[in-house]
Design a protein around this ligand. Structure first.
Ligand code: ADP
Length: 331
C-alpha cells in the first residue's frame, strides 16, 4: 500500500465504531446488534422514542454498562476493559449536574485537575473555555446563581476542557425552554464545527438533532431503523415509524401500503381533484398550517398543508396532490 493511500485510509477511518453491539439487562434487550460509526470531527445524533435504547448506547460507549456482545473501538483501539475515566470522553449528561459546592471556574477545571495540570496552565485553559462558551470572566461565580442556559454552558466547558477525543451529549438541552434550546443548539453546532469536535449526541428532540448533527441515527427497540444525513433522512424516510417520528403529517394508507406526502406536495387549487373540508388551522412561523378531511370518499384521508392566508374551519377547499412527490413507506 502506498503512503498516500495509507494516509487517506487513516483519515477516513471512524473515530468511534460499534460493531454488533448488544446490551441486555436481564431479559430486556436494550441494544441489539448495533453497528455505528462516528467519523472524526463529525457530530452524530441518535434519536428515537423513550425506551428505544439511546441512554444504553451512551452508557455502553462510556463503559458504564458491560456489553453482552460485540465490540466498541475508539481510534482503532478496543475499549474492552478500559475504565470510563481512561476512555478520553467528555460527558455532558442531563443528569450530570455541576458540582454545587464548586465555583464555575473550579467546575470547568475539574477534569484538568484529574489530569494533574499545573495551576497556571489550568487557569488559562479555564479562561479560554469560558470565553468559548460565552461566559468570559465568570470563574468565581457560584453555580447556584447561574441561569439554566448558563449552567449548560458551564457543563459544556467542563466537558470540553480536558480536550476529550469524543464528546458525549445526553439530552444536553433538555432542561431548557424552547427558545433557549434552539439558540444554544445552533451555537453548539457552530462551536463544534469550529473546534472540529467529534460528538455522539443522544436526544428525543428531533429538532435539536437536525440542528446539531452531521448524521442522524434513528433507533427503534434497540436496533437502527434508519440513518443518514439530516436532509436525506427528512426527505426520504423509509418507514412509517421514521416518518412519524420526524413529524411528517401526511402519511396515508392506500391499496399498495403506506405512502408519505411531504407537506409541499399538497396545495389548494381551484381545479384540484380532491374536495376536502377544513378541520383545523394553526399559525406557524408565518404561515397557516391547515388540516382538511376528504369529502365524499369512503376512506377519507386527512391532508395537511401550509397556506398563506387563513381558512376557516368548515370551509370546503379543492386540493391538488403532486403525485411525483409521493414516496412509499415500509409498514
Ligand atoms: P432511552 O434512553 O431511549 O429511553 P434506555 O436505554 O434507557 O432507552 O432503555 C432501553 C430499554 O432498557 C428500556 O426497555 C428500559 O426499560 C431498559 N432499561 C434501561 N436501563 C435499565 C436497567 N438499569 N435495568 C433494566 N432495564 C433497563
Amino acid at each position: 500500500m502506498s503512503e498516500l493511500s495509507d494516509w487517506s485510509g487513516r483519515l477516513s477511518a471512524p473515530l468511534l465504531s460499534l460493531r454488533n453491539v448488544t446490551l441486555s439487562y436481564g431479559d430486556t434487550v436494550a441494544l441489539s446488534a448495533v453497528n455505528l460509526d462516528v467519523g472524526a470531527g463529525k457530530v452524530v445524533a441518535v434519536i428515537g422514542p423513550s425506551g428505544c435504547g439511546k441512554s444504553s448506547l451512551l452508557r455502553a460507549v462510556a463503559g458504564l454498562e458491560p456489553l453482552t456482545n460485540g465490540r466498541i473501538e475508539l481510534d482503532g483501539q478496543s475499549l474492552e476493559g478500559v475504565a470510563t475515566h481512561e476512555r478520553g470522553l467528555g460527558l455532558m449528561f442531563q443528569d450530570h449536574a455541576l458540582f454545587p459546592h464548586l465555583s464555575v471556574g473550579d467546575n470547568v477545571a475539574f477534569g484538568l485537575r484529574m489530569q494533574h495540570q499545573p495551576t497556571e496552565q489550568r487557569q488559562q485553559r479555564v479562561g479560554e473555555l469560558l470565553d468559548l462558551v460565552g461566559l468570559a470572566g465568570l470563574q468565581s461565580r457560584a453555580v447556584h446563581s447561574l441561569s439554566g442556559g448558563e449552567a449548560q454552558r458551564v457543563a459544556l466547558a467542563r466537558a470540553l476542557a480536558p480536550s476529550p477525543r469524543l464528546l458525549m451529549l445526553d439530552e444536553p438541552l433538555g432542561s431548557l425552554d424552547r427558545v433557549l434550546r434552539e439558540q444554544l443548539a445552533s451555537e453548539l453546532r457552530r462551536l463544534f464545527t469550529e473546534l472540529g469536535v467529534t460528538a455522539l449526541h443522544v436526544t428525543h428532540d428531533q429538532a435539536e438533532a437536525f440542528t446539531m448533527a452531521d448524521h442522524i441515527v434513528v433507533l427503534r427497540n434497540g436496533q437502527i431503523e434508519q440513518q443518514g444525513a439530516p436532509a436525506e433522512l427528512w426527505h426520504s424516510p423509509t418507514s412509517v415509524f421514521v416518518a412519524q417520528f420526524l413529524g411528517h403529517p401526511n402519511i396515508w394508507k392506500d391499496t399498495s401500503g403506506h405512502v408519505l406526502a411531504p407537506i409541499t406536495a399538497v396545495r389548494v387549487d381551484p381545479n384540484g381533484p380532491i374536495e376536502a373540508q377544513v378541520e383545523q388551522v394553526e399559525f406557524r412561523e408565518g404561515r397557516f398550517r391547515v388540516t382538511a378531511r376528504e369529502l365524499v370518499v369512503v376512506e377519507a384521508r386527512r391532508l395537511v398543508f401550509d397556506h398563506n392566508s387563513a381558512l376557516a374551519v368548515g370551509d370546503v377547499v379543492r386540493l391538488f396532490v403532486d403525485k411525483a412527490q409521493l414516496a412509499a413507506l415500509a409498514d
